[in-house]
Design a protein around this ligand. Structure first.
Ligand SMILES: Cc1cc2nc3c(=O)[nH]c(=O)nc-3n(C[C@H](O)[C@H](O)[C@H](O)COP(=O)(O)OP(=O)(O)OC[C@H]3O[C@@H](n4cnc5c(N)ncnc54)[C@H](O)[C@@H]3O)c2cc1C
Length: 493
């Protein structure tokens, strides 16, 4: 056999690609995985959604699948393929169980299922889908290298710094890939007898593609936290006739603090580094527009915060808090990755440390009075004073008569020090992609499968629309891993 010939070629070695490689190799296929970068370890995510896992059964967690899929369809206003939602919900547990049994446990790690979710308001409806990858010491465990190791143990080969440039077709069937070595620029062809699986992620760091496929995303977001997302895998599939989602979908954190005076049209930082990272942005603090006016109930999914800002001048928001807020974060009872203390990512001291760092860097302002804070934030002084006074009155009466925020989330700002951050979105990933069917075959614009072409993860579409449902925590990584596994099994047939 020609050494450049494989059964299955997987493009991208992250959540979707690693799982696709393991699944195809388990089925006996000769597998090649290519990735344009050198490693994917940290891209394998710590929070994974699933329904009906062994860990959830042990913890007594029961989720009604019908209720969950109904919620996801409603969240997306049915701009999704419901069959894909059902494919995820029916295969998520076996995928997550496989990961725990075959990858995590042999290395002394396991999954911790989170039991709580809250339902106080319709907008905050949530489901306890989250599993944290951890160990007995309650540490975060990065397991990507273990997935790669497992795939190699099953026989898969990996070529790093190898980028998919174009797909090769013969009579409409995908038969291989043309790749470029990102270090030497050498071009090479590889043949795939059974299929090519595109697991190359999104396009959020390709500004030209953002302008074309998600122009509002460029205004809503001031950071792109996935700098390798250039959309190249999706473009290669489009070249051979693939159909893409026609509307954007995205996962955004409301945690991107920026210097006062930033113009969001000119600020789009693409980096792995946590520049301007402002974890407290995901807390339902007093939040205002750039005129210093409160414009809505701050207690909502992360991304809604930034959606609200798109209806305001300047597309950014301002969060205001004081020392007492930082000492009472527990009272907000935030969940997912905004949870305080383990299994969340921060505790009170770590949050204060982050805020102090951002103050030193000029991303967050601190003042002894509200007037002084207004000046530092470049907000109209009287507007900010009125907004704070009005908010404090509602906190004192225990009722948000303006927008209806839950009473337990009303913390007054009656004494300093006062803090303020101007912030926008951090784009974690784009979620619109190549249309696939339930076998993960990529569809052409007539809705027919392109022979031997598959896609999974953020390169694939039909599953999300608009904003990300972060109250189903861990859904993007689980969508990638579950559909990666299915794509691998299907391509190996
Ligand atoms: C900071 C951060 C934290 C997050 N935390 C969570 C979480 O806890 N839970 C959750 O559900 N989601 C989380 N997400 C989102 C999650 O990371 C993504 O949804 C997930 O990584 C998607 O997996 P993927 O395999 O589809 O794509 P990616 O992880 O984006 O991987 C794509 C891979 O393809 C490679 N590639 C791209 N183009 C090419 C090409 N042309 N040729 C070869 N290789 C190519 C890339 O180098 C990359 O390794 C987080 C995102 C960020 C940024």
């Amino acid at each position: 056999m020609n050494t450049n010939e494989y059964d299955v070629i997987v493009v991208g070695a992250s959540n979707a690609g690693g799982m696709a490689a393991c699944a195809a190799a388990e089925k006996g296929a000769k597998v090649l995985v290519i990735d344009k970068m050198k490693s994917t370890n940290f891209l394998y995510r710590l929070s994974l959604a699933a329904v009906g896992t062994k860990a959830q059964k042990k913890a007594g967690i029961e989720i009604d699948k019908y209720q969950l899929i109904n919620y996801l369809s409603a969240f997306a206003q049915d701009n999704v393929d419901q069959k894909l939602l059902w494919t995820w919900v029916n295969n998520s547990a076996s995928t997550v169980d496989w990961l725990e049994d075959n990858v995590l446990k042999p290395h002394g790690a396991h999954l911790y299922p989170e039991t709580d979710a809250h339902y106080q308001t319709l907008i905050n409806t949530a489901f306890p889908t989250e599993h944290d990858v951890t160990n007995d010491k309650h540490e975060d465990v990065f397991y990507g290298d273990w997935v790669v190791e497992k795939a190699k143990e099953l026989g898969a080969e990996f070529l790093w710094q190898t980028k998919l440039e174009h797909l090769i077709t013969e009579d409409g069937t995908v038969t291989g890939v043309l790749t470029k070595n990102t270090k030497t620029s050498e071009l090479k062809e590889f043949k795939a007898k059974k299929g090519v699986i595109i697991c190359s992620g999104g396009y959020g760091s390709n500004e030209a593609l953002m302008q074309k496929w998600n122009p509002l995303g460029l205004k809503k977001n001031v950071y792109s936290d996935s700098p390798r997302d250039d959309g190249s895998g999706q473009l290669a599939a489009v070249e051979v006739g693939a159909w893409r989602d026609e509307e954007p979908a995205e996962i955004i954190f409301d945690r991107g603090s920026v210097p006062v005076g930033t113009n969001t049209n000119e600020y789009y930082v693409k980096s792995w580094e946590d520049i301007g990272y402002f974890w407290m942005g995901s807390y339902p603090l007093l939040k205002l527009n750039l005129n210093g006016d409160r414009v809505g109930n701050e207690s909502a999914p992360y991304e809604f915060d930034m959606n609200r800002a798109t209806k305001q001048p300047g597309y950014l928001q301002v969060a205001i808090w004081n020392d007492a807020t930082m000492d009472n974060l527990e009272q907000f009872h935030t969940l997912g990755c905004a949870r305080l203390n383990w299994p969340g990512f921060y505790n009170t001291d770590e949050n204060k440390e982050e805020i102090n760092t951002r103050i030193k860097e000029g991303f967050i302002q601190k003042a002894d009075t509200v007037e002084e804070l207004a000046k530092k934030l470049n907000l109209p002084v009287e507007n900010l004073k009125n907004s704070v006074d009005n908010y404090n009155k509602m906190c004192a009466q225990g009722k948000d008569t303006e927008f209806g925020k839950e009473s337990f989330r009303l913390l007054p700002l009656t004494e300093g020090s006062y803090y303020g951050a101007v912030y926008g979105g951090r784009l974690l990933a784009t979620l619109d992609g190549l249309r696939v069917n339930t076998k993960m075959q990529v569809l052409n614009t007539q809705g027919n499968a392109i022979p031997h072409l598959y896609a999974a993860g953020n390169a694939s579409g039909g599953f999300f629309w608009g904003s990300y449902p972060d109250h189903v925590p861990g859904l993007t990584a689980s969508h990638a891993q579950t559909f990666g596994r299915l794509a691998g099994q299907q391509a190996a047939l």
